[in-house]
Design a protein around this ligand. Sequence first.
Ligand code: SAH
Length: 256
Amino acid sequence: MIEGTVFPNIRIVLVETTHPGNIGAAARAMKNMGLTRLVLVSPQEFPSRKAEYRAVSAVDVVESATVVASVEEAIADCQLVIGTSARDRRIPWPMLDPKGCGGKAEQADNRAEQVAILFGRESRGLKNEELQQCEYHVNIPTGKAYSSLNLAMAVQVICYEILQARLAGDGSGEVEQPWDMDFASAGDLEHLFDHLQRTMIELDFHNPQNPRQLMTRLRRMFNRIRPDRMEVSILRGFLTAVNQRTGRVKDDSGQP
Ligand code: SAH
């Protein structure tokens, strides 16, 4: 047993879980590794006796779980969002292995940044729109014949690596550098994407009827850069100046 290894700033987010037993087993996997913050996005069956049964001595984690209606709500205040994925997606995204994920999450927790790690539905994982809200994706390497782990087992592997990072130091050689600004949250970035998209449409740079991968590529770019709050605010100010010059886009206040 390891004393004092709680990760107050890391939340495990389970998206539209079908089987309540998996929620309980995930809670147990978390508590075994010193994590306690569980967020459930529209679980199919919850609260549930099956979840409590499978949690065993982690019933407290199940009982204190927060239930929300959307991924956006689950991650709005997070500065680091990592999505787990059992397979490659069409547009490649910055990837971490489980150890790298453990290191990033542990360091961010140390800096008191809010961290979310997303896990998908048993049947079909996370949707592309959900993965595109992440700064990184993480894949657990598997045998070729079967790459999809049971949900709670995937939670176990990731939480194990978070605890290992705390116990061992992450060994990346990166020196902790305090930043002069808070990093932008997922909610701040959503507002920026919305503003960017509206402005590009009004400038006839972007055609929503034929979007191609424009917004996906821009989302990937901003998630890779990891802008801070001031940088996002400068960009929003710039977009507002463009809007005022063209006179075509209404700003958030509804004024032309
Ligand atoms: N059939 C789905 C897999 C769902 S498994 C698909 O092809 O995407 C349920 C969840 O467990 C996944 O959404 C992911 O969060 C996690 N998971 C399962 N296997 C994983 C792996 N190899 N790497 C990372 N996460 C995995």
